[in-house]
Ligand binder design. Structure first.
Ligand code: GBH
Length: 456
């Protein structure tokens, strides 16, 4: 146990892994190439008014053609892991259910190139780009047919990549694509379903995750590990005293009831089910077993706390404190700058669910990122963001919280969903007219961190 405990306040465990992350629709482009079928994000971004400046992912970073030189950027950063996602509709483009060989070939080439450069591939199966035909045929995640289709797709990927990809994440951020895509209507597919239907969509989502975990295990070797990438809701004790910490732990289970809690516990909390009144989601005990299939690790996307918590003498045992109007954010107005979120997210997950292995699957800052006349980007706010967040991550690992690695979001600026190309998270700036990449000052910073394995 003591080998993992590092006693200074900058160093990470010796085997800690540093990397970067991207997602298929945000970087690949080539949206009609080599037999790729359309996804709900193609449809959604092609409707005028949905995306800032009517940007689309048609070309994006052209990663489909430029992955080799982009892998050199990862190498320049001295990173050893890379998280990318697979475009489901490249592989299963249409309702025939026949796989598209050219689709899987792209990922074969990508994985081989990563390995040849000493970078371990971590593949996410679903980063929100549902094949359009599944939306049309089954109303997408409103149906368990989509959950089953996801299991079949996972099996196919595991059979084809599992000899070289040893780490899989099933689904990225249930909360975002479900609440915003099927609830608020601002993400693809742009639906505004009532709460009782949303409850079913959430259930079908976690069921898909569980089916994929089982499919990956059944279709690859024992050395293949599987988890998910969840943007859990994060309860931060507003003042770090004992009673607030206890209250924040209680809050964590409730505020994550529909996703992480049911996945790790195999049941919905009573409060969550009660909240539906007469129309709870339809599910079986058998499904709860599938949903809670054992995982090898849990990936956490951490940007900001969602709940500031104080202990209270009420039924719940806690109270949610509002964010001050002046609470600092990055250029993304939702992104409160509160580095302790990284500490509390990982600490709670260990303490509540006894999770033995975690990754930070995303963390990063959006900045103004102006390019000078000589193409320098002095993103000093991002460096400060990283130093402060990584200090809190180091605090966690030094206390024995089992975080094995960290993926910065993102390797390079890319299609930031409804914000199009107007919001930038990259360590590399991208000129989307020429597709040239320029390292920001934060790339230099991150390279130092990755090379020295400590907060700099
Ligand atoms: C992650 O989401 C995503 O996994 C990744 O693809 C993305 O690029 C990255 O973060 C940076 O945003 O449109 O105003 O209604 C982080 C959680 C949830 C934050 C949705 C932005 C949009 C709010 N995201 N939210 S809004």
């Amino acid at each position: 146990k003591s080998d993992h405990l590092i006693l200074d306040n900058t160093s990470f465990p010796a085997d800690f892994l540093w990397g970067t992350a991207t997602a298929a629709y945000q970087v690949e482009g080539a949206y009609k190439e080599d037999g790729r079928g359309l996804s709900i994000w193609d449809t959604f971004s092609h409707i005028k008014g949905n995306i800032k400046n009517n940007d689309t992912g048609d070309v994006a970073n052209d990663f489909y053609h430029r992955y080799k030189s982009d892998i050199q950027l990862m190498k320049d950063l001295n990173t050893k892991i890379f998280r990318f996602s697979i475009s489901w509709s490249r592989i299963f483009p249409d309702a025939t259910g026949k796989p598209n060989q050219k689709g899987i070939d792209f990922y074969n080439k990508l994985v081989d190139e990563l390995l040849a450069n000493g970078i371990q591939p971590f593949a996410t199966l679903y980063h929100w780009d549902l094949p359009q035909y599944l939306q049309d045929k089954y109303k997408g995640w409103e149906s368990k047919e989509t959950s089953k289709a996801f299991g079949d797709y996972a099996a196919y990927v595991a059979r084809n990549l599992g000899d070289r990809v040893k780490n899989f994440f099933t689904i990225n951020e249930f909360r975002t694509f479900i609440e915003l895509g099927y609830g608020a209507g601002v993400f693809a597919p742009g639906l505004k379903l009532p709460e009782e239907k949303l409850g079913q969509v959430r259930h079908n989502g976690v069921l898909a995750h569980g089916l994929a975990v089982q499919a990956i295990r059944a279709n690859s070797g024992a050395d293949v590990k599987v988890g998910l990438a969840d943007n859990l809701s994060i309860a931060v004790p507003v003042i770090e005293n004992e009673k607030n910490i206890k209250a924040a732990k209680i809050a964590m289970r409730e505020i994550n009831a529909s996703y992480l809690t049911v996945i790790l516990e195999g049941k919905y909390t009573e409060n969550y089910l009660k909240s539906f009144g007469k129309n709870p989601p339809k599910f079986t005990e058998e499904e709860l077993k599938i949903i809670s299939s054992p995982l090898d690790f849990v990936g956490l996307n951490v940007y900001n706390p969602t709940h500031l918590i104080e202990a209270a003498d009420n039924k719940l045992g806690y109270e949610v404190i509002p964010f001050a109007k002046s609470f600092p954010t990055t250029t993304s107005k939702w992104e409160y700058i509160a580095p302790e979120a990284l500490y509390w997210a990982t600490k709670h997950v260990k303490d509540i669910w006894n999770v033995k292995e975690m990754y930070i699957t995303e963390n990063g800052s959006s900045s103004t990122d102006e390019r000078t006349a000589d193409n320098k980007i002095y993103d000093t706010d991002r460096i400060s963001f990283l130093r402060n967040y990584l200090t809190q991550l180091q605090r966690a690992t030094s206390e024995g919280v089992p975080v094995k690695g960290y993926f910065y979001w993102s390797l390079m600026d890319n299609f930031e969903w409804t914000s199009g190309y107007s919001i930038t998270f990259g360590l590399y700036n991208v000129d989307f007219k020429t597709q040239k990449r320029f390292p920001k000052l934060s790339a230099e910073y991150y390279k130092e961190v990755a090379t020295n394995n400590k907060v700099m």
